[in-house]
Design a protein around this ligand. Structure first.
Ligand code: SF4
Length: 254
């Protein structure tokens, strides 16, 4: 994710998104007049309500094949590296496939590449990536032991949220990666990844702290490292999630 100054309006949007993540469905604020910034706030309040009332973002679960269609991650990458299935190919610098141990027991799945990821072709670089590395290190892990990928393989302009049509087009790429990796544990980083993988619009606050089943694999959902940069108070909760994840990961070794 990008490291750049944020405006007061962006901060307000982040705060509203955080309320949604925590499961708060409605805020009542009255605009005193029709000044432009009051109108912007009113629109964002509507956005909070919309997330809570949308019945189902993604429809029925897709019927993915149960066995991989490719022999290896490298072969799959070669097949999709010039993907043009959605319009994001037009603005990408590099397709960000994924990185890590092809035999990893644990896979982390984020949302989409940011500016630096788009430039380097690797997920979770930049400030959020550095924080993610520190979280891994605190767990006694490294990038070489796990695998990291995103829901989307190309950067949405201005780091906006992925739209459902883009995720629908790109999701089969991730499904094939997961089939090839066959991890024993999955950790979704952030609301977008958690909701897409679990095919739900449940707020992040209600997805955390419990084990989910992703096609027979245990899956945990926690905050995205970029959210921790904006809201350091989430670090404590994220660490609790990571301890839960590590405890189960350690049991895999038994
Ligand atoms: S985001 Fe995914 S579906 Fe869209 S062009 Fe990139 S790889 Fe293809």
């Amino acid at each position: 994710m990008e490291d750049k100054p944020v405006s007061l309006h962006q901060l307000f949007c982040y705060a509203l998104s955080a309320q949604v993540d925590l499961g708060i469905g409605e805020m009542i604020l009255k605009a005193k007049n029709n000044r432009p910034h009051d109108l912007q706030w009113t629109e964002n309040i509507k956005m909070v309500r919309k997330v809570e009332t949308t019945p189902d973002l993604f429809g029925a679960p897709s019927q993915a094949p149960s066995t991989p269609q490719f022999d290896s991650l490298a072969a799959h990458f070669e097949a999709i590296r010039d993907c043009q299935l959605c319009p994001l190919w037009q603005t990408r610098t590099k397709l960000v496939y994924g990185v890590g141990n092809p035999h990893a027991d644990l896979i982390f799945i984020g949302e989409a590449p940011g500016r630096e990821e788009d430039q380097q072709g690797e997920p979770f670089v930049g400030r959020a990536g550095q924080l993610f590395d520190r979280i891994l290190a605190a767990m006694g892990l490294s990038r070489e032991e796990v695998y990291i990928a995103n829901i989307l393989k190309c950067r949405p302009p201005n780091n906006r949220d992925p739209v459902p049509e883009e995720m629908d087009k790109c999701y089969p790429h991730l499904q094939e990666q997961i089939r090839l990796l066959r991890p024993k544990l999955i950790c979704a980083l952030g609301r977008v990844a958690g909701q897409r993988l679990l095919n739900t619009n449940t707020p992040l606050g209600k997805l955390r702290r419990i084990w989910h089943d992703y096609e027979g694999m245990p899956m945990l959902v926690t905050y995205h490292p970029a959210a921790l940069l904006r809201f350091p108070a989430y670090k404590k909760e994220t660490w609790a999630d990571m301890q839960m994840l590590k405890e189960r990961y350690d049991r895999l070794e038994l």
